[in-house]
Design a protein around this ligand. Structure first.
Ligand SMILES: Nc1nc2c(ncn2[C@@H]2O[C@H](COP(=O)(O)OP(=O)(O)OP(=O)(O)O)[C@@H](O)[C@H]2O)c(=O)[nH]1
Ligand SMILES: [Mg+2]
Length: 238
């Protein structure tokens, strides 16, 4: 059955793997946005592929929709969530509480002003103490961002500063056109590369970035994921 997409509708798509410590607060924040955005229909989708800490039940109790995605990995989870959405606009964000979904209206405004992909940029926003390792902030993310701009930015060179941001918005139909394939975190780079190749207008909005809950184990493996990003960027056709 074909998905019916309503205008003025947005879906929060939250990839989630064992985030019970923060998921409720993240979903509550999304619900606040929902009540602020009068006239909009808002979905909250948690895309999970194997949480064992009760995240799924917690999401259901909070009134969110839980999407079971068959493949493993962040990219696979994000794709399943977007496919399951019935909204025109997608806002993707993490379930670990490091982004403030309350900043969503600013991203949507930029989309409505003519952009096709809006990134929340942490590097031009406010990074709270302890939120981002210095190595990522001053080397990894700027390096990968520059590489994407040089190799795939076209003449306009893509006005972006934070290629690893997980807080973004775009139209669902565009996402489907981009035809992203990455199973893991490197989907963040692939999205920029392919959106740029499709002529998408990419913009960014400064956002805040907060530390994860004490004791949380990140799913990011810096070397493995950094190399996967690099592979995607270097091997994608220009
Ligand atoms: N469903 C699903 N979600 C995932 C997977 N890997 C990561 N996530 C979720 O994707 C979001 C981003 O993962 P993080 O571990 O926070 O990665 P990161 O933000 O790049 O790294 P940190 O800076 O350490 O937080 C979180 O909400 C995770 O729960 C996965 O394999 N499956
Ligand atoms: Mg995170």
């Amino acid at each position: 059955m074909e998905t019916v997409i309503k205008p003025k509708s947005l879906a929060f798509v939250l990839p989630c793997l064992n985030e019970a410590a923060t998921l409720a607060a993240v979903l509550d924040r999304a619900a606040e946005v929902q009540s602020e955005m009068k006239g909009w229909k808002v979905e909250r989708i948690v895309s999970d592929n194997g949480s064992t800490d009760g995240s799924r039940d917690l999401a259901l109790r909070r009134g969110a929709r839980v999407v079971d995605c068959p493949g493993r990995g962040y990219g696979a989870a994000l794709r399943s969530g977007v496919l399951a959405a019935r909204s025109h606009i997608i806002v993707m964000g993490d379930a670990d509480g490091t982004y403030d979904l309350g900043e969503t209206p600013r991203l949507i405004r930029e989309l409505e002003n003519g952009s096709d992909l809006v990134l929340g940029t942490r590097l031009k926003g406010r990074i709270q103490p302890g939120a981002m390792p210095a190595w990522h902030r001053h080397f990894g993310t700027p390096f990968l961002t520059q590489l994407i701009k040089r190799l795939h930015g076209g003449p306009s060179r893509l006005a972006v500063s934070d290629c690893n941001s997980g807080f973004r918005c775009f139209r669902r139909a565009d996402f489907l056109d981009w035809n992203l394939q990455s199973p893991g975190m490197e989907l963040a780079s692939e999205m920029l590369v392919k959106a740029s190749r499709h002529g998408a207008r990419v913009a960014e909005v400064p956002i805040s970035f907060y530390p994860a809950a004490p004791g949380r184990r990140s799913h990011l493996r810096p070397w493995r994921d950094g190399l996967r990003h690099l592979g995607r960027i270097l091997l994608s056709p220009r």
